[in-house]
Design a protein around this ligand. Structure first.
Ligand SMILES: [Mg+2]
Length: 321
């Protein structure tokens, strides 16, 4: 059935919400109309052996990443993260220093983004599981959703892609690179930066549709297309591949950028005019890479408009990394 099929099944069982609910199951975060502003909430588990491998991701980095992933989901809604609840499952032989390191990593990121950890719980389990609930809000009446893309809009992305997946390969396969490049790629994998300011900027410039790139550009674009009931056509040569990845992985760089995942950049759709405004106002690169089409297929084309073949279209989270 897979992760996404199961989510669909459970969303059907849970049914609709109440009249204040704006967005329920199936987006980066849930959204509801609070008394003064739109409120946002989202939860994720970061599990040893499933979402991370402790030999690659030490305790501090695991703490940073587990929270960064949640902040990124609030960024994808155009919101501001406020509070986090942290639920830890730990093997009985876990050292106190390890848990302190976990919190050190988490708190470094939390402080940077003005997020306060306000609760949670600790229980025993055979493996480490870090489950974080993030609460946020939107300072304006608009938020971003996956479900508002329209045929004819451009597809655009913040930043550059492929560095996190390349970093994972450097860490897991011990691939030899020049030390500076290796450090940059490893850091992209271990310390992703959520695009909170950029998410806000998208809302301010009139963007309605966005997702954060967690599973890979193609897979996450597929989520926008599914939610919006549209298709997309991506010109692969326009995809902004991180230069270090190009140098180090040459012919595989594009594949890492298209399907690698964990870059936590924002993928959005908007009119050409709005994309241009975002580009001018953003402090990071913003690149148009294709357009939204009718139908529900994501197609990849090369410069000449010929179909571009890709072996793996992103992944679901049932692999050991
Ligand atoms: Mg997301």
């Amino acid at each position: 059935m897979g992760e996404f099929g199961l989510i669909d099944l459970l969303a059907k069982m849970a049914g609709g919400g109440d009249e204040r609910l704006l967005i329920g199951i199936g987006d980066d975060a849930a959204a509801w109309q609070g008394d003064d502003s739109i409120q946002l909430a989202s939860v994720d588990s970061f599990i040893q052996g499933v979402h991370y491998n402790p030999a690659i991701t030490p305790w501090q980095e695991a703490g940073w990443k587990a929270l960064a992933v949640k902040l990124s989901d609030i960024a994808a809604m155009g919101g501001i993260p406020r509070y986090a609840l942290v639920s830890l499952a730990l093997p009985t032989d876990t050292e106190v220093d390890d848990v302190k390191n976990l919190y050190t990593g988490m708190l470094k990121l939390a402080k940077q983004y003005g997020v306060t950890i306000i609760g949670g719980d600790i229980s025993n389990a055979p493996l480490v599981a870090i489950s974080i609930t993030i609460l946020g809000s939107s300072p304006t009446k608009q938020i971003l959703t996956r479900a508002a893309a329209q045929p004819g809009e451009m597809v655009a992305v913040t930043g550059r892609l492929g560095a996190a997946a390349a970093g994972l390969e450097v860490l897991s396969k011990g691939r030899k690179l020049d030390p500076e490049a290796a450090t940059r790629l490893k850091n992209a994998f271990l310390h992703p930066t959520p695009r909170i300011a950029e998410g806000r900027l998208l809302v301010e410039q009139g963007v309605k549709t966005a997702i954060d790139i967690s599973d890979g550009l193609i897979a996450d674009l597929g989520q926008i297309c599914k939610a919006s009931q549209v298709g997309a056509r991506i010109e692969v040569e326009r995809v902004p591949v991180e230069p270090t990845v190009k140098t180090a992985f040459s012919e595989r760089a594009l594949e890492l950028a298209l399907s690698g995942g964990e870059d936590y950049e924002l993928l959005f759709t908007a009119s050409a005019e709005v994309v241009d405004k975002v580009k001018k106002a953003a402090s990071c690169p913003v690149t148009a890479i294709g357009e939204i089409t009718a139908g529900e297929l994501v197609t990849l084309v090369d410069k000449q408009g010929n179909p571009f073949k890709l072996d793996r279209a992103g992944w679901e989270h049932f692999t050991n990394r």
